[in-house]
Every structure is written in C-alpha cells, then in structure tokens.
Design a protein around this ligand. Sequence first.
Ligand SMILES: NC(=O)c1ccc[n+]([C@@H]2O[C@H](COP(=O)([O-])OP(=O)(O)OC[C@H]3O[C@@H](n4cnc5c(N)ncnc54)[C@H](O)[C@@H]3O)[C@@H](O)[C@H]2O)c1
Length: 422
Amino acid sequence: MTQTLVVLGQGYVGLPMALRAAEVGIKVYGLDTNAATVNALNSGSSHIDDVTDTDLKAGLDAGYEATTDLACIASANVVVVCVPTPLSEDGGPDLGPVEDAAKAICANLSPDTLVILESTTYPGTTEEVFAPIVVGDQFGVGEDVFIAFSPERINPGDRVYGVRNTPKVVGGLTSECTTRARDFYAQFIDTVVEAKGAKEAEMAKLLENTFRHVNIALVNEMLRFSQELDIDLWNAIDCAETKPFGFMAFRPGPGVGGHCIPVDPSYLSHRVKAKLGYAFRMVELAEEINHAAPDYVASRIRSILNEAGKAVKGSKILLLGVTYKPNIADCRQSPADPLAVRLLSWGADIAYHDPFVTDWRPHGMDRDFRGVTDLDAAMVEADVVVLLQPHAEYDLDAITSSGAAVLDTQGVLAPNGTVDRL
Ligand SMILES: NC(=O)c1ccc[n+]([C@@H]2O[C@H](COP(=O)([O-])OP(=O)(O)OC[C@H]3O[C@@H](n4cnc5c(N)ncnc54)[C@H](O)[C@@H]3O)[C@@H](O)[C@H]2O)c1
C-alpha cells in the first residue's frame, strides 16, 4: 500500500489523478512550481474544468495538500510526473519541464521509491532522458529506484470516463518496475494493463493520438473535394457509421486543438526523423491538412458573404465557442485562434461568444477581445455566425431558426436556407 505520493504538475492531468489517489486514503502532495496555483488549490479553488471546488475540498479533507516545497519528495514511496511536454520554437520536443522535474526528484529522492513519468513523449524518453537524471550516480534502476512510464488518457469534459474507469497502461524499465507501477495504480484505478516495457507504453499513447490526428485529417481532406463535387460528406459518414464492424466515424471540423493532438504526433515524427533519418509521412500529411482547416473555414465564410454581396472587410463575424473542444475552458491551440487571425487580416469585424471564456486574445494580437454577453443581440447584428464549438449551453434549435447566416463547423445544426454546414 502506498502511504505517500507526490504528483509533480497540478494541471489537467496531475490534479485529477492526485485527488483520486487521496480518495482511497493515500497521503498526496500536489507539487507544482506555480505558487499561485498551489495557493489557490490549498484555499479550495480549482482551476481545472473537470475538478469542481467540491471535489477539491473533499480531496483536501482526505489529506491532499498542494505545495511548492520539493522536500516532500523525500517522504514519498511513489512520485508521479505530470508536467507539460510542449513543442520548442523549431517544432521539436521541448523536454525542459520533464528534465527539471527529474532533477528535482534526484536531489530529494529516497531509496525504494517508484518514479513514474506520465507526460506524453516520444518512445525512449523514460529510459534515455528521464531515468538517468532521476537516479544520478547514487541509485540503480530496478534495484533501489523503480522507474516506469504510464501514459495519461484524461479526456477533459468527459462525464463518463475519468481517472478511475479509464484503463491505465504501465511499462517499466524492468519487470519489477512494471509490477510495482501496476500495483500502485491498481489501488485506485479499475483496470491496469501491463505493457512489455516503457517504450511500448510510450508508443501506445502516441499511436492513440496519431490515430485521431490522421482520421480527422482524412475527413477534413475529403470534405474539401466533397463540397466541390456537391456530395454531402456528413451524410456519407452517417451512412458509413451504420456498418457494425471495421469502421469508426470521425467528422470534419474547424481544426485540431488542445495539448495533445496537434503536439504529440510531432514528438513521434521528430523522433523518427532524428533517429532514423526519414519522415513519418502520415503525421506530416495530417499536420498539413489539419493545420489548414481554419483557413478552409475562413474561405467558406468568405463564400457565404460573397453570396450575400458582401466583402469580408468590415463584415461582422460572430464566433461561437473559442475553446478547442466543447464544454471546457481550455483555449490551448484552439483552431479559433488562427481563424480569427486570418479574418482580422482580411479586415473583418470579429466578435465572439463563449460561456467559458470572458476575455480572449488570439495569437499575435495586441489587445484582448471581450466576449459578447447578449448572444441574441449579437446574432441579429452579425453578417455571419460561425458555430465553432457546440457547448451544451447553446440552444441549437434557436441558432438554427434565428434567421442569421450561420456556418456550422461541427455538423450539429440542421441545414436550412440560412444554415450552412462546413
Ligand atoms: N490535458 C490533456 O487533456 C492531456 C491528456 C493526456 C495527456 N496529457 C499530457 O500530460 C502532460 C501534462 O499536461 P497538462 O494538460 O496536465 O498540463 P498543464 O499545463 O495543465 O499542467 C502542468 C502543470 O505542471 C506544472 N509544472 C511545470 N513544470 C513543473 C516542474 N518542473 N515541477 C512541478 N510542476 C511543474 C505547471 O505549473 C502546471 O501547473 C503533458 O505531457 C500532456 O501532453 C494531457
């Protein structure tokens, strides 16, 4: 039984995991470098959509504690790392936060500790980058320190699958490391799956994300020529989905966003190129197509205005939902951002509405946009309304029947004389 757990990184991934462990009686320190985050957490205020203040208070009552003090690592039986893995300036992996976390662990580590990396990264990171820094020259992997990788599968906004009922893959650097990681998670997660090793666990996560990236790109590319061929791809997908085997439906959209899909497959393609010298062509193609999706939306908005005899310049365009997916507040890598930048470069008069985002600054803009509060009035004023994220709060029937010219990028509105699907 784990008595003390330290979770480095208290964001979308680390906080829900830490609270779930606290729920089963483990003493949990949520360690984060951001003092403001730590203070807010300890005062009962959650910054993560999926964790309510009530959930957080229950965790605090159960023994969860947020801290910036690295000294807590010395008391831990298990240390889990959930820090960001962004892209660097040149589009390659930026393992800076993972390396910083590993150094902090090394400086405070006690023998007989299990250390698990959860941050998404390319295969080989745990063995070649993370473990050597963690153990330094004082410990031996699989002897007095046990190291494993376990990919995080959290799906923000998902009301069905959470930490407890999402199966967890673990792969250690030795079989003893795998066994210890399995036994640790089995204390608070229903199903734990053992990978052959850390590399296979790392690859499993990248396979999952690349699968989504490639399939979204497939329908985004098909959408373009279907439109020109006068074929309703949305309807074709609905029909294909009736096949009970061998098909999984993906639907077009305004582009991919968030911390995972636009980032993680690049970790893999970069690794393949760096290590083997050739390209992972499926990922490169998916990136090209999905990154072009916001521009395609912009071109469809231009066509709608053109049909009405209007120029983009000076037209009022209202964006509904600027987060990267519905029902969360996360705007990281949201396709709304490049779309807004494109429309602004054409001289459009942009406004947005999002129940989760009060102020919004698209990349490179020198000012914040303030979200409109009176949605009905804004819809009446707009030359085009663009539904980007169908937050549950939106009354889709009301949008459909509003009479406004609407571009529906998610295929959730019934097309009529004023509503166009992407
Ligand atoms: N958000 C998701 O939906 C999701 C899903 C699956 C996997 N992941 C992966 O999980 C990892 C974490 O993502 P996230 O969304 O939770 O990030 P996040 O930005 O929400 O949270 C990361 C936290 O780590 C803290 N931090 C940074 N460096 C630190 C350090 N050295 N020590 C302690 N804390 C540190 C930051 O202050 C921040 O609070 C990433 O690798 C991501 O790719 C994310």
